[in-house]
Design a protein around this ligand. Structure first.
Ligand code: NAD
Ligand code: ZN
Length: 353
């Protein structure tokens, strides 16, 4: 899928034309109906700017409550009913303007409505811009079971406006920064130096810095999923920090990004123990976490509780814990021979003293 990146929404229609091999057509000349799905916060901060730039006649909006709870069967059904009432046909378009919640939900609606209609992602959180809007995974939760219902469904394109990140709360920005850091350690070590050298510009949300980091990460994600569309091999590197993180995320009720940086710390410590990396490399990781205020330690649950949650991660095969560990500059590798005792030791080391 193509990715377009800009500092405003104005070039959206141009991107739409490019993808459809048309020139200067209005969106209503390409699609009979357009449904824009968003959430309450994005409605307040971004949606009017996006809708204004669309300059369209037949656009209906559906605004879901903000938060993970909207990724549910009930909201899924309501959006489908709205689509039907609004007269969407097989020739209509759904646009998701929002974070990963809106993107995952809308993508699944688009995949299901009349067996699949066109869909475009306009991600507005850092996490959605560098991760969830790319790769074609869509879906919803079943109660507390996350992402268990869904489909692989590619958007026609992803349109990223990096300046949308300026209205994003700092906590949500940090959440995405954890994934940004992850990309450096799994794929492009020089990128880590960029992050360290340009941390002020990134934290001040300067356009050029945002552009650079989002472009870099979106390209890495797009490349990784293109090579491995259905999670056979390479895509697994994206799980770096997530297996360890999964345990603390569930038990400590912390944000996903925080769990990922703690999870990466556990993986780094394990690598250090196995002499796969040196202290200097590990210190670079700690340095970048400090710059972006990403936690590396957790408080609360017992080690064995964390381990047992890790073992329930659906990404493990045959109950062995698959560990993605840093091995050298900008690379990780899969290990499934780590014994429980070692994992427990590492978890303990990452608990606040
Ligand atoms: P989110 O969609 O809940 O957005 C976070 C918060 O930011 C929300 O309150 C939202 O209203 C607000 N917001 C969004 N954009 C804003 C803006 N520009 N200004 C002000 N507020 C804004 O959360 P998220 O972190 O973007 O996404 C998390 C979801 O993504 C989870 O459900 C997760 O499962 C999913 N995900 C999917 C994939 C995938 O490949 N499909 C990958 C990773 C995560
Ligand atoms: Zn993640």
């Amino acid at each position: 899928c193509s990715i377009f990146l800009d500092e405003n929404y104005r070039s959206f229609t141009k991107a739409l034309n490019q993808v459809n091999s048309t020139t200067d057509k209005n969106i209503n000349e390409i699609y009979d109906r357009v449904l824009v799905i968003s959430d309450e916060n994005v409605y307040k901060t971004q949606l009017h700017k996006f809708i204004d730039s669309l300059n369209a006649k037949f656009v209906s909006e559906y605004i879901v409550p903000a938060g993970e709870e909207s990724k549910c069967i009930d909201t899924f059904q309501k959006v489908l009913e709205h689509a039907l009432k609004a007269g969407l046909t097989r020739k209509s378009l759904i646009i998701a303007v929002g974070g990963g919640v809106v993107g995952d939900l809308s993508g699944y609606v688009a995949a299901s409505y009349m067996r699949g209609i066109d869909f475009v992602q306009v991600p507005t959180t850092l996490l959605a811009q560098v991760d969830s809007s790319i790769g074609g995974k869509t879906g919803i939760n079943l109660g507390t079971y996350k992402n268990v219902v869904g489909a692989f469904y590619q958007p026609k394109f992803t349109f990223i406006n990096v300046s949308a990140l300026r209205t994003l709360p700092d906590s949500e920005f940090r959440n995405g920064m954890s994934e940004v850091v992850k990309y450096g350690f799994i794929y492009d070590y020089e990128f880590i130096d960029y992050l360290l050298e340009n941390s002020d510009d990134i934290l001040d949300k300067r356009d050029s810095a945002l552009r650079y980091i989002v472009k870099k990460c979106a390209e890495i994600k797009a490349h990784v999923v293109e090579v491995d569309e259905k999670e056979g091999g390479l895509r697994k590197i994206l799980n770096f920090g997530h297996t360890f993180g999964h345990g603390v995320e569930k038990l400590c009720h912390i944000a996903h990004g925080e769990a990922v940086s703690i999870g990466m710390n556990m993986a780094f410590k394990l690598s250090l123990k196995r002499n796969l990396i040196n202290e200097e490399y590990y210190n670079k990781f700690l340095q970048v976490c400090e710059k972006f205020n990403l936690p590396t330690e957790f408080e609360g649950p017992e080690e064995h509780e964390v381990l047992s949650i890790m073992k329930t991660d659906k990404k493990n095969s045959f109950s062995k814990v698959n560990m993605m560990l840093p091995v050298e500059h900008g690379k990780v590798d899969l290990f499934n021979d780590v014994d429980d005792e070692t994992i427990l030791e590492i978890i303990k080391e990452c608990k606040y003293a």
